[in-house]
Design a protein around this ligand. Structure first.
Ligand SMILES: C[S@@+](CC[C@H](N)C(=O)[O-])C[C@H]1O[C@@H](n2cnc3c(N)ncnc32)[C@H](O)[C@@H]1O
Length: 509
């Protein structure tokens, strides 16, 4: 990789376009079932689908070579890459030619990502995964686009900024999306090998505003500040003992979850005021200390606005099993057991019983003090997928800022509307005229269900943007024959909460 990247990359792009080498083209080639099996690491259904017919198309050739890892005749591969040529593919270190034929040295796939701006597709070159190589991953493995990458893509803010930083760029996927929303992107990695893949991917996808830099965490910034940070950092908690491989793509070289607290602590020095950082992360639950609380303390010490969403929590054993398998080690083998023992021992001696997984949205306040401090557990399915959350997150932060700036008196004079995706559900005891439970349900965003009482339900039901908050509250008090002042005091904090989570919105008029 790295020879005449510009010229070779555009020749490769031409060949991929001519072959129709897209995610949907490939899915159609071997069928949806085989395509889904590949995501689960099973290549056999796709191999069988191709073996069942004599398809020498460039699409079938490139799919068999770069996704299924098959060895193919040199002539066939040369025909599928007419602009780049077999020699060009060798020079880019995409393939290796031997007497047996041509074999891929890396994975090359098309990924489509859809957000509010529409669909974008990128071709991404990365290392072959263990489903193809059938070996544990090498220590400097460069990972392709996985579930975590897609989650972070979906969380990336899309308003325009000057400079964005992608810390731990790997194959460069986050930098590619960021490059569409920033004048300039700085993409860093501790691995020179990863940066070579990322540079090739930038050239292959025509992204010209990315500056690639080598180094640990924020070191490559050398004092510069950025307007935005996105990072899917190497957050995996790994025992620091002999015999446990340190896989660069997921291990930032720190003990426990120190990488998270280090990133949070160093962030303010590198982020411009008002700048937002979106990170994925893992946090340990120590027997006597809650994982989210540990993140709260780190954000508070750094003076950052923070909204942290825990999407799941794993027990120590579930966590160890997941990451040992992810490294390409098969379960029920002596090597697996050896690594499993090391992981469990590390967790036991450090009193770690669970690990939380999720995302952190951090902001350097424009003023001196942070105003946003939300740490929540939203496990399970969401209203939208994680991949469609960035617009919702941006709207919630704007709503938080709006209501935080309003005094109670100003909020009483404001007009609100109910978000279009919100419905109300009432549950009754059989035969009872009054509901026992009233829920507001959010269709999009985080798909929240919020239980409310009848006063708040009466208030929300009247929020059509016409009447002021104070007038609606007083009307509800009259209806319930209660004290208007007491109801205003009771409703205001609840109204602020509903604004914060996107259930009530400021009226546009
Ligand atoms: C989980 S991968 C993320 C890849 C890509 N950004 C994505 O979203 O799919 C983490 C990346 O961080 C890099 N990395 C590991 N340790 C690092 C460190 N101390 N400083 C900067 N980058 C590091 C790894 O080489 C790897 O490419």
């Amino acid at each position: 990789m790295g020879i005449d990247e510009g010229g070779s990359a555009s020749a490769l792009r031409e060949d991929l376009m001519a072959a129709g080498y897209t995610a949907s083209g490939i899915r159609e080639l071997w069928g949806p079932d085989a395509d889904d099996a590949i995501v689960r690491g099973q290549l056999l259904p796709a191999r069988r689908a191709l073996a069942g017919r004599s398809d020498d198309s460039a699409l079938a050739t490139l799919g068999a070579l770069f996704i299924l890892g098959e060895t193919l005749p040199a002539e066939r591969v040369g025909d599928a890459l007419p602009s780049l040529g077999l020699a060009g593919a060798e020079a880019l270190e995409l393939v290796e030619v031997s007497d047996a034929g041509v074999r891929a040295l890396c994975s090359l796939r098309s990924h489509t990502f859809v957000d509010a701006d529409g669909a974008t597709s990128w071709w991404i070159v990365s290392d072959l995964d263990e489903a193809v190589t059938r070996r544990p991953l090498r220590d400097d493995h460069v990972v392709g686009v996985g579930g975590a990458s897609t989650t972070l893509l979906g969380l990336q803010p899309t308003d325009r900024v000057g400079t964005a930083l992608d810390l731990g760029t790997g194959c460069g996927i986050q930098a590619l999306l960021a490059s569409a929303h920033a004048d300039r992107v700085i993409a860093t990695d501790i691995s020179e090998r990863a940066l070579r893949f990322a540079r090739l991917n930038a050239a292959l996808n025509g992204a010209e505003n990315i500056d690639f830099r080598l180094g640990d965490l924020f070191r490559p910034l050398a004092g510069e500040t950025v307007d935005r940070l996105v990072s899917n950092p190497p957050f995996v908690v790994t025992p620091r003992v002999d015999g446990v491989p340190l896989l660069e793509y997921r291990d930032g070289g720190r003990s426990g979850d120190d990488l998270m607290t280090t990133l949070i602590g160093e962030l303010p020095a590198h982020l411009a005021p008002g700048g937002i950082a979106v990170l994925l992360g893992n946090w340990e639950y120590h027997v006597d200390r809650d994982g989210l609380d540990r993140m709260r303390l780190a954000a508070r010490a750094a003076g950052l606005d923070a909204w942290v969403v825990e999407r799941d929590v794993l027990t120590a054993s579930q966590y160890a099993e997941t990451w040992i398998r992810d490294g390409g080690v098969l379960a029920r083998t002596p090597r697996f057991d050896e690594l499993y023992a090391a992981w469990l021992e590390d967790f036991a001696v450090r009193d770690v019983d669970r690990i939380g997984l999720g995302y952190l949205i951090l902001r350097k306040p424009v003023g001196s003090l942070p105003t946003l401090s939300r740490f929540e557990r939203l496990h399970g399915a969401l209203g939208a997928s994680d991949a469609g959350l960035s617009a919702h997150v941006a709207a919630c932060i704007a709503a938080h800022d709006w209501q935080t700036d309003l005094s109670d008196d100003a909020l009483l004079r404001a007009r609100l509307v109910v978000a279009a995706d919100v419905t109300e559900q009432r549950h009754y005891w059989p035969g009872d005229a009054h509901p026992a439970v009233i829920d507001l349900r959010q269709g999009g965003g985080f798909g929240r269900t919020v239980e409310i009482d009848s006063a708040l339900a009466g208030f929300v039901g009247a929020c059509d943007g016409e009447l002021e908050v104070g007038s609606i509250s007083d009307a509800v008090a009259q209806l319930l024959e209660g004290d208007p002042d007491a109801l205003r005091a009771e409703l205001l904090p609840q109204i602020r909460d509903l604004v914060n989570i996107g259930i009530l919105l400021p009226s546009a008029d």
